[in-house]
Design a protein around this ligand. Structure first.
Ligand SMILES: [Zn+2]
Length: 375
């Protein structure tokens, strides 16, 4: 089997569909990766996650290093065996979450020292330690360790941070390559930074290409800049990255973000939105998001979405789901999560088919017409 082989099967405008072949299975692109933060996609059994059509899930280095600990996961046979998911897993580097979740951070050239948000214990993350943790977890796609500044920081600060991330990308590459057997079967992605600035993004892309990675992520977006600014950046950022490698937009997004990003040449996504929203009573449908707490669903015997093929929509009524959510029942969170993840995978599958048939523009305009029509 291939360690990592990306092939583009069809393009339509800038949109492309393809596949990534890896030892643990194939990833169809454009791909959406459900987020399995703490070795679980919340409220879902792994076999149910697979049944929604997910080829790959994401695990969070920051959470797993703090609890249960990377060394413990390694002693237990790695993340795949620990959580019963035998397909590819992408792990993030911990860089983003250490900046957003931990306490008393101190950033130096070496890395980031911080205190755990769980028990206040002291830790240090460096490119080398991040690579070691991701190797101990047994990750299939390892992310380079980077720093993600807020997009609204002054340009000079964004530039300094980007240059630091590029030095860390090189250290990540070297540490990953020194990882022995793991380096022979896993892949390493670099992360482009530079916020909304075209020239900084270009410089970042050049640095990453010089180092060389299996795939390239677009980092530092979806951090509060808004969709318009994100799309404006995606009008140039994917084009700056190699054509023959997958491009991964980190932490995105809403269904309409995904369509707009695929339109601009992005191949991979991850986001907590379908799972987190599901637990909060929000359902995504082809006709836009629904708040299942709303009393208008109380006696509605219809499904969440008549076009959805998931088992929730073929079995349960809006009225029942409304009742479960209103009552704070666990099953409500479970069923909405399952529907939302299924919906996201149906959206990805719809985009892949449309690109393959050469009518992505029509798919995108139909999607927007229905999604933004308030029924
Ligand atoms: Zn459904």
């Amino acid at each position: 089997m291939a360690r990592f082989a990306f092939s583009v099967l069809a393009t339509d405008g800038k949109a492309r569909t393809g596949r990534i072949a890896m030892n643990r299975g194939e990833i169809r692109t454009p791909a959406f990766m459900p987020v399995g933060t703490a070795a679980t996609v919340k409220a879902m059994k792994p076999e149910a996650v697979r049944a929604t059509g997910a080829d790959i899930i994401l695990g969070n280095t920051y959470h797993l290093m703090l609890r249960p600990g990377a060394e413990r996961v390694a002693r237990l046979g790695g993340l795949h065996r620990f959580m019963n998911w035998d397909r590819p897993i992408l792990t993030d580097s911990g860089g983003y979450q250490v900046m957003s979740l931990s306490e008393l951070r101190k950033l130096t050239e070496e890395g980031v020292s911080f205190r755990s948000h769980i028990d206040g214990s002291k830790h240090m993350l460096t490119p080398e330690r991040s690579m070691e943790i991701q190797r101990l977890l047994g990750s299939d796609i390892v992310m380079a360790f980077d720093e993600c500044p807020r997009a609204d920081r002054p340009l000079a600060e964004i530039a300094t941070s980007m240059e630091l991330s590029m030095r860390w990308a090189k250290r990540s590459r070297d540490a990953f390559d020194g990882g022995g057997e793991h380096a022979e079967r896993a892949a390493l992605f670099g992360i482009q930074q530079g916020a909304l600035d075209e020239r900084l993004r270009a410089r970042s892309a050049e640095s990453l290409k010089e180092i060389g990675f299996d795939g390239y992520a677009i980092g530092g977006l979806a951090v509060g800049e808004g969709q318009e600014a994100m799309f404006a950046t995606l009008d140039f950022a994917p084009d700056q990255l190699p054509e023959n490698a997958p491009r991964y937009l980190m932490g995105v997004g809403k269904p309409d973000d995904l369509v707009g990003a695929v339109e601009r040449g992005v191949d991979m996504f991850d986001c907590v939105l379908p799972t987190r929203s599901g637990r909060n009573g929000q359902a995504f449908t082809w006709n836009g998001p629904l708040n299942m707490r709303n009393a208008r669903h109380a006696e509605d015997t219809g499904p969440l979405d008549t076009r959805c093929s998931c088992s929730v929509c073929s079995t349960y009524s809006r009225a029942y789901l409304h009742h479960l959510i209103k009552s704070g029942e666990m099953l409500g969170a479970m069923l909405l999560t399952e529907h939302n993840l299924s919906f996201y995978q149906q959206l990805m599958s719809g985009m892949r088919n449309a690109i393959a048939k050469g009518h992505f523009a029509l798919f995108a305009s139909d999607f927007r017409r229905d999604y933004f029509s308030r029924s």
